[in-house]
Design a protein. Structure first.
Length: 478
């Protein structure tokens, strides 16, 4: 494989530059135009607020204040209890608020209005003196005319102020409209620029990344089909070079190992398991033959026939033409044959029940799974129990699984003994009991669930395992 050139580009750097360019092209123009737009909108809202304030002030000057003064002159309201000074103070506040944000031209109208309000203060002070001295009504009415003249003049100043503010608002509105159009244009330009940068980045990335990854995918597909000569050329970007090199090394190792060591290991594993399977029952064969001889010596012809037939079925199903899978029906027959033989030897201390769902009869399962568990239950559970023990064998379908249980009410195990047994089942160094470990390994090798063992001292042991439901293949008539 050719070494990577120093000029090979970094896709990470390319993406960083592209994303930075896209981000800046989108954010900077939009941020500037949005800030300007917010400034103009703020000014526009300020003008509207000032116009509204001027309108309120005009209403106060033209209606509220003259009405209050007339009530004083006509005697309906005592001068001391009138609100004329409060209205003037409110008017001062309005004018002061408008002065803070008004233009130079608008300040001229507001200054004139402020001077007019000062004149109103003087007139109202004079009205207070005349009222206190009991002046003639005609003099108060004459003063009222002066006050209304000043309020009208002040209202005119505020009206001129409003006209100027409206003109200012119109100018701001034109600016906002123009800025809105500019914002739309800038947004469109930014989007176009970002889209162009994205397209360029996409093309570059597609050429630099998609192509090599596609070649890696094709290489993996070729390896999966058994083509161990598949290799990858050096990619154009630095980030993909280690991956391509690792894939090439992996292909070389697979070529050397998969067809040799791994396949050989599988073959040895299956041979070992079958050898272990063959070691489960030799002592049982000897004991069965001795039982048949003993029955013959006792001249129990019927028992000799039954045990011999059961033993024949037991051996025939055990061999099964070298097949690993048999029907559940045959597995049940196998364990029944075994129990029939054992009941001759241990009938006085053992009784048993077999309850396997008939619907499972035509399903396929690993052979010789139940018999080793039954044997284990007899020799390590029931045989060491005082009195007669009960052995229960069940089989049920749960969803897509067949679940089998072998339970006894023998001596059971303590938690410490159960833990030690589970550890022995997991050993791979050849030590520990063959039976349970062999079943566990076969279950895992053929896709089943491992053994689940539960036990309590003097209450017995329950062993469960599960296998996927596999229908028995249809037999072809010859």
């Amino acid at each position: 494989m050719k070494p990577l050139h120093k000029t090979a580009g970094s896709i990470r750097l390319l993406l960083q530059r592209s994303y930075t360019a896209i981000l800046l092209s989108l954010t900077i123009p939009l941020a500037v135009t949005l800030v300007l737009l917010l400034v103009f909108v703020h000014q526009y809202n300020g003008v509207i607020a000032r116009i509204s304030c001027a309108a309120d002030a005009q209403q106060l000057l033209e209606q509220t204040l003259p009405g209050e003064i007339w009530d004083v002159i006509s005697g309906r309201t005592d001068f001391a209890n009138g609100t004329q000074y409060a209205l003037l103070s409110q008017l001062d506040g309005m004018l002061a608020e408008m002065q803070q944000t008004s233009s130079e031209e608008q300040q001229t109208y507001l200054n004139a209005a402020v001077r007019a309000v000062d004149t109103l203060y003087a007139y109202i002070d004079a009205l207070g003196e005349q009222t206190a001295n009991g002046a003639a009504v005609s003099r108060n009415e004459s003063l009222y005319q002066e006050i209304t003249s000043v309020t009208g003049l002040t209202a005119d100043m505020l009206d001129q102020y409003s006209v100027s503010a409206i003109s200012q608002m119109a100018a701001l509105n034109r600016r906002i409209s123009g800025l809105t159009l500019l914002l739309a244009a800038v947004t469109l330009l930014a989007v176009v620029s970002a889209a162009g940068a994205a397209v360029r980045t996409y093309r570059h990335v597609e050429h630099a990344i998609h192509g090599p990854i596609l070649r890696m995918e094709r290489m993996a597909s070729r390896i999966a089909k058994g083509d161990w000569n598949a290799r990858l050329p050096a990619p154009a970007v630095a980030e993909l070079y280690p991956l391509a090199a690792d894939l090439n090394r992996m292909a070389e190792q697979l070529e050397r190992l998969i067809e040799g060591q791994i396949e050989q290991e599988k073959t040895l594993k299956k041979a070992e398991l079958r050898a272990l399977q063959a070691q489960i029952t030799p002592h049982f064969v000897y004991n069965t033959l001795e039982t048949i001889i003993w029955l013959a010596e006792e001249e129990n012809t019927r028992a000799v026939v039954d045990v011999t037939m059961a033993f024949t079925d037991f051996l025939r199903i055990s061999l099964s033409g070298g097949q690993d899978f048999i029907s559940v029906e045959k597995e049940e027959q196998h364990v029944r044959s075994y129990l029939l033989i054992q009941s001759v030897r241990y009938g006085s201390i053992m009784r048993y029940t077999i309850d396997i769902d008939p619907a499972l009869a035509d399903k396929r399962m690993l052979k010789l799974m139940l018999q080793p568990l039954v044997e284990n239950a007899i020799y390590h559970g029931i045989k060491n129990k005082r009195g007669r023990g009960l052995l229960r064998i069940t089989g049920r379908q749960e969803n897509d699984w067949m679940v089998f249980t072998v339970a006894d009410d023998g001596i059971g195990m303590s938690s410490k003994e159960l833990h030690a047994l589970r550890e022995r089942m997991e050993r791979t160094d050849g030590t520990g009991g063959y039976g349970l470990r062999n079943i566990t390994q076969r279950l895992r090798l053929y896709g089943g669930r491992g053994l689940d063992i539960q036990s309590e001292p003097n209450r017995g042991t329950t062993v469960r395992f599960a296998l996927p439901c596999i229908p028995e293949p249809e037999r072809k008539d010859h």
